[in-house]
Design a protein around this ligand. Structure first.
Ligand code: SF4
Ligand code: SF4
Length: 182
């Protein structure tokens, strides 16, 4: 058994009934994560997407979750309030079977980081911009097993290795590092 440590668990409670589909959350998230910060916005780069079935008037905000190298064997279908959503529509994974939660230029996976920044925000930006309170930020303290968290860089490298092959990736990094030194 590993060591126990205190951890702040951050959650965003989603009340889809209150979402009006304004997409302010998508704009705010993509602007916050632009380089430099707030220099541009593009919902395709957002780590929250609002899923809408045109004929079924309901919006469901979905947060980008973990990267997965292979698509899963089973598919989910949801019926909410009598309205059926497409397979995979509400899944949080950045996965090879669709373009959702991928950086449009590089194809690198996107994942919600709860707006980690220095200085820390009082509340994640998507929550601040959601005027209908469909998104509500909550924090609680829990005792958890000590675990090593995978860093964004590692997740990105894993995705590139899956896409281009490890050998090619190592070769490219080696070539770039020589070029940088010159
Ligand atoms: S900002 Fe709030 S109301 Fe607007 S789309 Fe996002 S979750 Fe829905
Ligand atoms: S919490 Fe921050 S990173 Fe996550 S979806 Fe909202 S704005 Fe984006």
């Amino acid at each position: 058994m590993g060591e126990k440590k205190k951890k702040i668990i951050k959650t965003i409670k989603i009340d889809a009934d209150k979402c009006n589909g304004c997409r302010a959350c998508e704009v705010a998230c993509s602007a916050f994560h632009a380089t430099p910060k707030y220099s541009s916005n593009n919902p395709a780069r957002s780590r929250i997407r609002v899923i809408h079935e045109p004929l079924k008037d309901m919006f469901v905000p979905v947060y980008a979750g973990e990267y997965t190298a292979a698509e899963c064997m089973g598919r989910d279908k949801y019926v909410l309030d009598g309205k059926e959503y497409d397979e995979c529509a509400l899944c949080r994974a950045s996965c090879p079977s669709r373009d959702l939660f991928k950086e449009p230029d590089s194809g690198l996976p996107l994942k919600c980081d709860m707006c980690e920044s220095d200085p820390t925000l009082t509340e994640p930006l998507c929550v601040q911009w959601c005027i209908t309170d469909a998104l509500v930020y909550e924090e609680r303290e829990e005792e958890v097993e000590e675990e090593e968290e995978q860093e964004d860089l590692e997740i990105g490298l894993e995705a590139l290795a899956d896409k281009y092959g490890m050998e090619k990736l190592i070769e490219t990094v080696a070539r770039l590092s020589v070029a940088k030194k010159e």
